[in-house]
Design a protein around this ligand. Sequence first.
Ligand code: GLU
Ligand code: MG
Length: 449
Amino acid sequence: MDLAAFVQRARDNDVRFVRFLYCDNGGTIRGKAIHIDKLAGRIQNGIGLTVAMQAMNMLDQLQSVEGMGPVGEIRLVPDVESYVELPYAPHSASMMADMIALDRTPWAACPRSFLRRMLEEAATAGVHVQAAFEPEWTLARQTEDGSFAPADESLCFSTVGWETGGPVIDAIVAALEAQGMPVEQYYPELGHGQQELSIRHAAGVRAADNQLRYRDTMRAVARAHGFFASLAPKPFPDQAGNGCHIHVSLWDDEGNNLMAGDGSPQGVSHFGRHWIAGILDHLPGLVAITCASVNSYRRLQPQSWSSAYTCWGFDNREAAVRIVSGLWGETTPSIHFELKASDNSNNPYLALGALIAAGMDGVRRELDPGEPMAVDPFDLDEAERTRRNILRLPDSLEAAVDALAQDTVLTSALGDLLADAYITVKRSEADAFAAQDLAFELKHHFYKF
Ligand code: GLU
Ligand code: MG
């Protein structure tokens, strides 16, 4: 890359600051910005960051994690391929950064490097992952007393919702497109003020990068229009929760869809079935990463279309793993799956990386997911669910983190330092919110992600 030309282009576009961004173990997007005059050097050598930041929880309470105290330094080194100018912030651009140790190797607690490692392991086994994070979020207004209320009372897919959301959505779409994120669909969702605006899938790391950009973009554009956009899993307890389903498709070295039928039952390949079984097998611990906040478990309830049980199904919106039937008129089979047990409070690098670790473990062990669920699993009686090995997902962050701590496949994929830091941070959040009331929980999740 011609570094001088790269910097000059940014300067010609009037960029003054470039943000080096990352997502931490609490799910918060953070970063530091460098002035354009210093950009060239910092692209090569990064910006310093204390190791302690990966021990910070979502309340900015620093936790005690070995190796993450006040002594020690890493560098945020940007991925220049991820450079975009920010349409919602004057004179600003951003790049996603990796956490690099002083010896110039990826730091063991770097989430983006973790995802890259999982993708590389899968690629070595001939599996290439495309993914799309599918965020739902709530458009809200601040009332005179400082509390938040949904921006409208529109109904599911109702055209009334366009009257409130239309101009903001239009501006968000323009901002996403300006950053190279193609938009696919929009509709007012079920909950009051709830929105769903989806973007196209991308290759592994870029899909997670896009989720960070998406979160920053819609939050900022909504603010500019006088609204607040909440990505909390359950910002209003009496309304539908905000999911962020993760859509995943799997491709071989020649670009063939690895999930497409190979004569196996129901048109999902044996390979695809192993993957699904791996996810279901690890799901109790995996949700500690994909449904990463205390507020997540207010959403993850039966009969909420968020999924609450370890099962899979075809176009079944109560199944944790939903097989999304292929589109009509496609030349390449578009069959893929979505993980419904996921929301915007997660760190998308950790979420997708752990999902891949679970799926690939299913392949290694040739696991079978059993019969697909053709009904709402809540409607089965307990004995039937037990017979079919269908478990209720953990009902709290604390329970999920306990399951994660027991899951040696996931913790060894994360590695000791990242697993230890993540579990410590999440336990501290569970404890901190347990000592407070519902109002505190809602307030501290409402505008954090
Ligand atoms: N809002 C639901 C959730 O929490 C999802 C509804 C749907 O799109 O199926 O995941
Ligand atoms: Mg939806």
